[in-house]
Ligand binder design. Structure first.
Ligand code: PXP
Length: 238
């Protein structure tokens, strides 16, 4: 299972005091040296953490893969096409939310997503749709000619009982299997951490996990390279 690190929260800390440190670009370079397979950033409409300078510098400097999380708005699509990340992950975005709260409904947003995917493909940017692990959402994502889906793992991560966690894992297992059958690449993320990844890593059809909070929080105490290596050890060893 590949591991892409989301460095948004390094920028959250920087912006808390309007300083230039800590720099999410430096964090991304350290993470690459420690072995991550990709860097994820979410350029939000309100620029609460990552800004355009970060995205453009990351594009120039990182050597793995840039996954730009974004809402399907005219302004951000234009920036994405100009910057050219390897992957654009389309997420729903609400100004008041603390973090992305769930997947985008690809059935309700069909026409908007069709246009967005067409535009990004023109610039040879692959597209991923952040969705709930539901079969109709997956089938519609394939119909929209998305390249990847990213399964929202928030419900799995926030389960209050083992039973609930097991049920949600099963839902993700079936959804990811169906996505693979339809030829989609399968990413997953939200709320994954050093504990729940031990169950999650057993899923055979997940290509990549996107993790931010848990690894950045750990990095505050042990540093980015060590926090990254600890996660890689969990993901890549039996
Ligand atoms: N994937 C998506 C689409 C997200 O919005 C986020 C949160 O920024 C993540 C993955 C990572 O979630 P977490 O920070 O909880 O690891």
């Amino acid at each position: 299972m590949r591991f892409a690190l989301n460095v948004d929260h390094i920028a959250t800390l920087r912006n808390a005091r309007g300083e230039v440190q800590p720099d999410p670009v430096y964090a991304a370079l350290l993470a690459e040296q420690a072995g991550v397979d990709g860097i994820v950033v979410h350029l939000r409409e309100d620029r609460r953490h990552i800004n355009e300078r970060d995205v453009r510098l990351l594009r120039e400097l990182i050597t793995t893969k840039l996954d730009l999380e974004m809402a399907a708005t005219e302004e951000i699509i234009k920036i994405a096409c100009d910057v050219g990340p390897e992957l654009a992950t389309i997420v729903p975005e609400r100004r008041q939310e603390l973090t992305t709260e769930g997947g985008i409904n690809v059935i309700d947003n069909y026409n908007l997503l069709k246009e967005t995917i067409k535009e990004l493909h023109k610039y040879e940017i692959e597209v991923s749709l952040f969705i709930e692990p539901e079969i109709e959402q997956i089938e519609t994502s394939a119909e929209l000619e998305s390249d990847f889906i990213e399964i929202h793992t928030g419900k799995f991560a926030n389960s209050l009982s083992e039973e609930e966690q097991f049920d949600e894992l099963e839902r993700i297992r079936l959804a990811s299997r169906q996505a693979k059958k339809l030829g989609l690449g399968v990413n997953a993320g939200h709320g994954l951490n050093y504990q729940n990844i031990k169950l999650f890593r057993e899923l055979p059809d997940i290509d990549e996990v996107s993790i931010g909070q848990a690894v950045i929080a750990r990095a505050v105490f042990v540093g980015i390279p060590e926090a990254v290596k600890e996660m890689i050890r969990l993901l890549k060893t039996d």
